[in-house]
Design a protein around this ligand. Sequence first.
Ligand code: 4AD
Ligand code: MG
Length: 458
Amino acid sequence: MKHTDIREVFENKELIGQNITVCGWVRTSRNSKSVAFIELNDGTTLKNLQIVIDKDGASEVNIPRVGTSLRIADGKVVASDKNGVEICVEPQKIEVLGECPTDYPLQKKGHTLEFLRTMPHLRGRTNTFNAVFRVRSVLAESIHTYFQNHNYVYVNTPLITGSDCEGAGEMFQVTTLGYNNDFKSEEDYCANDFFGRKAGLSVSGQLEGEMAAMAFGKIYTFGPSFRAENSNTPKHLAEFWHVEPEIAFAELPDVIAIAEDMLKFVIRRLLDTCPNEMQFFDARFEKGLIARLEELISHDFGIVTYTEAIKLLQESGEDFVYPVEWGCDLQTEHERYIAEKVFKKAVFVTDYPKEIKSFYMKQNPDGKTVAAVDLLVPGVGEIIGGSEREADYDKLIAEMKKRNMNLDLYTDYTDLRKFGSVPHGGFGLGFERLIMYVTGMQNIRDVTLFPRTVGSIR
Ligand code: 4AD
Ligand code: MG
C-alpha cells in the first residue's frame, strides 16, 4: 500500500504543499459545522498527525471512531502553527480500512500500566509503549554498533544446552518425553530422551561465548536467556534478552572499562536519537531523567569492592529486611542503597566472596574472593554481572570438583584451559533492565512485548 510514514510527514519539510497518502489509526476525532478533525497515528512516531476534513457543505460526513484504521488518499500537506504540519483532505478521500466498535478497550486515555498489562496485544498502541519499544529498538541497534565498531564478532550461541552455566538450578528442561514409571532412573529417562541426555534452555551463552572468544578474540552474543526462577518481582523474567561480550587477553579492570564505555556510548546515542521519547519519559515517568543520564555519561561510574560495600551497609544505620554480613549475597534493597544513597549513580561492585558466585570466576590470591563484578544502578539494582574467568586448568577443575559438578559435561569448556589458555573475561547485561534504567519504567513487564513470568504466559 503506497503511503508516507507520519514520521516522514513531520520531518520532511519538502512535503509541504504536496499531496500525499497517509495511513493510521484514529486517536481522537472532533466534528464541527464546516470542518472535522482527526488525530491520526501510524506508530512511526509519538506525534499524531492532524487531518482536517473540509466538509464543504456535505452535512453527512461520518467521523470515524477511535481505533478505526484509515487510509487518507491524496491529502494536502500544509504548515500549521500549532502542529508543525497537518493534512487537509476532502471527505470522499477517506477510506475506512477497518472499523473499530465501541468495545475497543483503549477508547480513553490514562489507563494504568497494570490495566494495560492485561492486553499485551493492544497496549503497543499507546504512547507509553510506542516510546518504550522505539527506545528498545534504538538501544539494540546501538549495542550492535558499539561492538561492531570495536572488532567484536557477533555470535549466536545455542539456546538448547546440555550444561548449566550459572549452576543455580534455574534451567527449564527441554524434553519430548513424559516421565513415567517404565524408566529405571532419571538417568535412564534422560538417555531415552531426544538428545540422549538431559537438556535445558540456556541461562547464559557465556560458556560457548568463551570458546568463540578463544578463537575470534572478542565476541558478543545478543539473544534470549531463560531462567526458571520462582521470582515474582518487578525485575525478573523467565525469558529475557542478554548481551554477553567475552574478551580474550583481558583482566577484570579491562572488563569493567568496556562495560562503562559501552553503556556511555549507547546512552549518548539514545539521547541523540530519541529526544521526543526521552522527553516523554522525563515528563511522565521520572522527572529529571534526561539530566540524570547526561550526568551519568559525563562522569566516571563509581567503583567499590564487595568488602567495602558490606562495611558501608553495616555503617548505614538502615533497617534492612535482609541482615548484612560479610559472605551474604547482596539483595536488591542493599544494591539500591549503595547505588541510590551512597554513590547516587551507577557503581561497580567487585571481588565478591567465592561461595556466592559461579564456578568459573577467577580466584583471587586472598583465597576468599573472586574477580567478579556487578554493576548496580539507582532504581533497578543489578543490570550487569560479569567477571574475569579462571584461566588456570588445575584451579578450575579443583573448584568444579568442590562444587560436585559433573566434569564430563564440561570437557569442551575445560579444554580451553589446556590449549593456549589466556586471561579473559566478560559480562552479561540484562537488556530489559537497561531499558528500565534509561526510561524510568519500574516494571520489567512493561519493557518487553510479551512478558513471560512465573505463573503467567499468553
Ligand atoms: O548475573 P547473571 O546471572 O550472569 C550471567 O549469566 C553471566 N554468565 C554473564 C556473563 O558473565 N557473561 O546475569 C547477567 C545479567 C544480570 O545482571 C541481569 O541484568 C540479567 O542478566 N538477568 C535477568 N534479567 C531479567 N530477568 C531475569 N530473571 C534475569 N536474570 C539475570
Ligand atoms: Mg548476577
